[in-house]
Design a protein around this ligand. Structure first.
Ligand code: ADP
Length: 425
């Protein structure tokens, strides 16, 4: 005969033991409560479903950045305890870093009031998922509000968009590469008039006209099946206005600028190619100091730099730009002699322009831009500095005029400082 199993024996013990009977009662109550709780949860979920509505904005969506910026401008920042800093920076080839910080609501829950209604804003960062394109964690913002206020979602997003676009109006947005995507760098900049960059000999008009002709000739390219792109190279000594001119040109055309540094850490041939093919609409791509990317390679490798753009990768990327939109690429260099002829052959670079140190004509024009109507002093200034014999950059001239901005006479009297400064350069 089989002996009673241990569980039966235990049950017998329990039923005869008053404490355990009470215990079973407790278990019953707890179970009952659990059921109730479960019911309550269901109830809450149901109520949530009926009363609340949510809207999810993934970080890939354009509204995402607009919304974060808009929210931080709503004053929620003052109350918010969790802020997040979004830093954008550009590292120049000379090692200097330009950065911009903006404080936006950090991950977590925030509450804002908009148009008489309350909204819960939950910014969530996925730990597991990384956006492969940008190398940043995948994020979402979930907005929750009462069902009856659902109409306000659209209104709120419209407001965020309008605020973002208003910031850009009449301004030039500068984008920099962020992993494999373009992101706005800092606040949009005020447009600089083309005439404020004084280039000698009608160069400025020549470039502006060429770009305009290119932009209006899309059909010609499409009819012939030629990639609709044009490349420009501005070369010459530092401080001759290459970058300033491109900025002014972008403003004139109402275009934005995508600045790319080929020696940037982590840049690879694939990323470069992707970036060149996926620039935001209406933008000029600017590859600064193209010579430095390859010249510095030996040095930077020793320092552990890991820019991996190869020269052939750059050529392939330039040739592979096939977007149906027009693509304008500007390259700048201080050392045109260091550039491989393959990089600047037609098709990759269609127009090469030297922006040089200041000549007399430029110096006079710049003088008169600072000291309006002072023709005679301008002449004296030109005589005081021998522009043919001295290499003086427009940037140096600008510096000199800024120092003496209160007195055109002082600018003339101290003109020799420019020559001495150049001699000791
Ligand atoms: P580059 O890119 O050739 O090194 P930048 O465009 O950075 O030179 O110019 C540096 C500074 O000098 C800017 O502040 C710019 O306003 C001034 N500058 C340079 N060239 C000119 C020019 N041709 N006309 C007016 N300002 C100039």
């Amino acid at each position: 005969m089989a002996s009673p199993g241990p569980s039966n024996a235990l049950m017998e013990q329990f039923s005869n033991n008053p404490y355990f009977s009470a215990g079973f009662g407790l278990i019953g109550v707890t179970a009952g409560l659990a059921v109730l709780k479960q019911g309550a949860i269901h109830g809450v979920t149901l109520a949530r479903r009926r009363l609340l509505v949510t809207l999810e904005i993934p970080s890939k969506d354009q509204s995402y950045a607009w919304f974060l910026q808009w929210m931080s401008a709503q004053g929620s920042r003052r109350n918010a305890h969790q802020l997040s800093v979004e830093t954008s920076f550009v590292r120049r080839d000379n090692g200097s870093v330009v950065s911009n910080f903006s404080l936006v609501p950090g991950p977590g829950r925030h509450y804002i009031r908009y148009d008489g209604a309350w909204f819960q804003v939950e910014r969530q960062r996925e730990r597991q998922m990384i956006d492969l394109k940008s190398g940043t964690p995948w994020e979402t913002i979930t907005l929750t509000t009462l069902s009856r206020d659902r109409k306000l979602f659209a209104k709120m997003l419209e407001a965020a968009k309008a605020a973002a676009l208003a910031k850009e109006e009449g301004k030039t947005v500068v984008y920099t590469s962020w992993g494999a995507e373009w992101r706005p760098f800092g606040n949009p900049r005020k447009r600089r008039p083309v005439a404020s960059v004084v280039l000698g000999g009608g160069i400025s008009d020549e470039i502006v006209n060429d770009v305009r002709a290119f932009l209006s000739g899309g059909k010609w390219y499409h009819d012939r099946g030629i990639p609709y792109r044009r490349g420009y190279l501005l070369y010459g000594p530092p401080g001759s206005g290459k970058t300033s001119f491109i900025q002014a040109l972008a403003g004139e055309l109402e275009y934005n600028i995508c600045v790319m540094n080929l020696s940037e850490r982590g840049m690879t041939d694939d990323r470069l190619s992707h970036l060149l093919n996926h620039a935001p609409p209406r933008s000029i791509i600017l590859l600064e100091d193209v010579d430095a990317a390859f010249i510095n390679r030996a040095q930077t490798d020793k320092q552990g730099f890991s820019s991996m753009v190869t020269f052939s990768g750059l050529l392939n990327s330039l040739d592979g730009v096939t977007s149906s939109e027009e693509r304008i690429i500007f390259m700048t260099t201080n050392h045109v002699e260091r550039l491989d002829p393959a990089l600047i052959r037609p098709g990759r670079v269609d127009m090469k322009v030297l922006l040089d140190n200041a000549n007399e004509d430029q110096a006079r024009q710049m003088f008169l831009r600072f000291f309006i109507g002072e023709q005679d002093l301008a002449d004296e200034f030109i005589k005081a500095v021998d522009f043919k014999a001295n290499d003086i950059s427009p940037a140096q001239l600008q510096g000199h005029f800024v120092i003496h901005r209160d007195s055109a006479r002082a600018a003339v009297e101290n003109a020799q400082n420019l020559v001495t400064a150049t001699a000791t350069k």
